[in-house]
Ligand binder design. Structure first.
Ligand code: NAD
Length: 252
C-alpha cells in the first residue's frame, strides 16, 4: 500500500516521461464546477434515468419529458466555469505534452478552459447546441430552449420536420463513426493514458484505456471512487481532480 505522497510522486514520474498524453475525462471533473455527476453517492440519477434515444424518436411523451427536464441542466452548464482541473489539463496542452483529450462530458468546459478544439473529442456530443434527429441542421441550444419555454413542448426542425434535441448522445444512440475513430486513434497513439473523474462504466469510452494498455502505454487514474480498471493502472490517485491535477502540473 502506497502513501498518497508516493502515489503523487509515481504519477509525476509518469507525466514527466510522457510526450503524448491522452486524457479521458468524465462527469467527475466537472463536479467542482457545480455540475453533479451520475454515479457519486447521493446522485438521484439512477432513480430518474434520462430519456433513451429509441424512446425519444418514437414517443411524443418522451420528447416532452426530455425537454421539460432539460432546463435545469442547461442552466447549470451555462453558469459553470472551468475549475482548476480543467485548467491544469489545458496547461498540459500548452506545454505540448497533451496529444489529445477525449471527454464524455457535454458541458463544453474543456473548450472554455482554452484547448485547441482540434485536440478535443466530445465523444458524447455537446449540450451547447441543438441538433435535428433526421438532417444535419444545428442551432444554438438557447434558441431551441427559448421555443420550448414559449410553449413548444416538442420542437421540430425548421428544415425537415425532424425532432430537435440537444446535440448530445443519449443512451441507445450511436456515436458518429468518425468521432469514435478519432478517440480510438488517440488511445492507440498515446504514451500515457490519463483518466480523470470517470467511473469507467459507460462503453465505449470505458474501453479506451484498454486500447492504450494494449499498446503498452501506462495508465494513470485520478478518481474519487474505485473504478473497474484500477488494478490495471500504474498509479491510482483517489483525490479531487481540482486538487490533484494542479498539484501534479506543479510537480512537473
Ligand atoms: P460518472 O458519474 O459515472 O462517474 C463520475 C466519477 O467521478 C465517479 O466515480 C466519482 O467518484 C468521480 N468524481 C466525482 N467528483 C470528482 C472529483 N471532484 N474529482 C475526481 N473524481 C470525482 O461519470 P462518467 O464516467 O462520466 O459517466 C457518466 C455519463 O454521464 C457520461 O456519459 C457523461 O458524459 C455524462 N454526464 C456528463 C456530465 C457533464 O457533462 N458535466 C454530467 C453528468 C453526466
Amino acid at each position: 500500500m502506497h502513501t498518497q505522497q508516493q502515489q503523487f510522486q509515481g504519477a509525476a514520474r509518469l507525466l514527466r516521461a510522457a510526450r503524448k498524453i491522452v486524457a479521458l475525462t468524465g462527469a467527475g471533473i466537472s463536479t467542482e464546477s457545480g455540475i453533479p455527476d451520475f454515479r457519486s453517492p447521493g446522485s438521484t440519477w439512477l432513480q430518474n434515468p434520462p430519456v433513451s434515444y429509441p424512446d425519444f424518436v418514437s414517443k411524443p411523451e418522451a420528447r416532452r419529458q426530455y425537454w421539460a427536464t432539460r432546463r435545469g441542466f442547461l442552466a447549470q452548464v451555462l453558469e459553470a466555469r472551468p475549475n482548476p482541473a480543467h485548467l491544469a489539463l489545458a496547461e498540459l496542452e500548452r506545454r505540448a505534452i497533451l496529444l489529445g483529450l477525449v471527454t464524455q462530458n457535454f458541458d463544453g468546459l474543456h473548450l472554455d478552459a482554452g484547448h485547441d478544439p482540434a485536440r478535443v473529442v466530445e465523444i458524447h456530443g455537446t449540450s451547447r447546441a441543438a441538433a435535428c434527429t433526421l438532417c444535419d441542421f444545428r442551432a444554438p441550444i438557447e434558441e431551441i430552449q427559448r421555443r420550448v419555454d414559449e410553449g413548444e413542448s416538442d420542437p421540430q426542425c425548421q428544415l425537415c420536420g425532424g425532432y430537435m434535441k440537444s446535440a448530445t448522445i443519449l443512451f441507445g444512440q450511436h456515436i458518429p463513426g468518425n468521432v469514435l475513430a478519432q478517440a480510438k486513434e488517440l488511445a492507440r497513439n498515446c504514451d500515457l493514458f490519463l483518466v480523470v473523474g470517470s467511473s469507467l462504466q459507460v462503453a465505449p469510452a470505458a474501453h479506451l484505456p484498454r486500447l492504450a494498455l494494449k499498446n503498452n502505454a501506462p495508465l494513470l487514474i485520478i478518481n474519487l471512487m474505485p473504478t473497474p480498471l484500477d488494478s490495471y493502472a500504474n498509479v491510482v490517485i483517489q483525490e479531487k481532480a481540482g486538487l490533484a491535477l494542479p498539484r501534479l502540473v506543479e510537480m512537473l
